[in-house]
Ligand binder design. Sequence first.
Ligand code: ADP
Ligand code: MG
Length: 384
Amino acid sequence: MSSTMILPPATLGMLGGGQLGRFFVTAAHEMGYQVWVLDPDKNSPAAQIAERHFCVSYDDYAALDEFANGCAAITTEFENVPAATLDYLAKFVPVRPSAAAVAVCQNRIAEKSFLRDNGLPHGPFAAINCEDDIRNADLALFPAILKVARFGYDGKGQVTVNNREEALLAFGQFKGEHCVLEQRLTLDYEVSVVLARDERGQVQCFPTGENQHTKGILDVSIVPARTTGCVRGEAEEVAARIAEKLGYIGTMGVEFFICRGQLIVNEMAPRPHNSGHYTIDACVTNQFEQQVRALCGLPLGEARAHSASVMVNLLGDLWYDGETYREPDWTTLYAIPNLKLHLYGKHHARPGRKMGHFTVIGDNAEAVQKTALAARAAIGIKDE
Ligand code: ADP
Ligand code: MG
């Protein structure tokens, strides 16, 4: 761990080139840094605006050598970058967060075991490495959700299973991938905390947001969460404890369930989080600037929200009018003066793909919610 600050115009490395990486590039540019992006996708949204694009796979070690050589420090926006890649790069330059912290968050078995071993609140689960693990699983886990341990996102790699037979069938369909079997909980609602932690162990938590999902994908985030100050405070405390136990340096997101008033950690993301997009328009410092600051050893900025906000995700479904593919009518949204529209520059919209988001900000939380929900309906997002 170094105590020297990395100052502009240094070049920063970003592993992964999606929208989270793109916002990082924007934040870094505003601060005077340059950014190189490594991502195998030639249409990477982050690479479009970066100084250089390494369009290679994460295990192209010759490319990794050149990447590390030109970067003063490296971070990631994608939890599935192989931990081995992070470890390799860390031999040459600071890599934050560390491979060890990312490894815990990228595998649901490691993640749940970490929560259990550290006395942090989590739901009932069993690690499923083979069929016998399902035969031996506690019946009280059913009805349950079987989730692949790795590479799941936006509700993908998950199946609801009502009993052992269904779990065995689902496990077979995952072709022997290691899984977790989680009790299916009745959720009062969901919240998340995005925070940043620096190399000195200082933590800045952004205000707890309330998240509504549709078909397993984040749909709406309301900040502050419409809950008691007690729940908000507890969520921030638990999230900070997780970051500390992981020795985490950077921006991370922690998702929670509230079940019968109790806070339960759902999962952690070792990167900025979709539910933290509101910080771009509603906070003194946004989650991506914090990522730059933590990466470079700068002091963290203030995380305080100066406005109430509601963020709405814009998925690829919006680009389809029946069979017809067309750009949504953004003029509807531009007409609302306290609404900020962000589009990610993705080349093609697919149903369920995150294409952009908007955030409505204001002093009055109820008015902000009303405006955001009306805008969501006006642009054509249907309630399920
Ligand atoms: P992803 O990596 O796709 O975000 P999550 O585990 O967060 O996966 O699941 C996505 C959503 O599915 C959650 O935000 C929640 O709405 C629902 N969900 C997941 N696990 C459970 C559970 N054990 N009980 C009830 N709902 C769940
Ligand atoms: Mg999730």
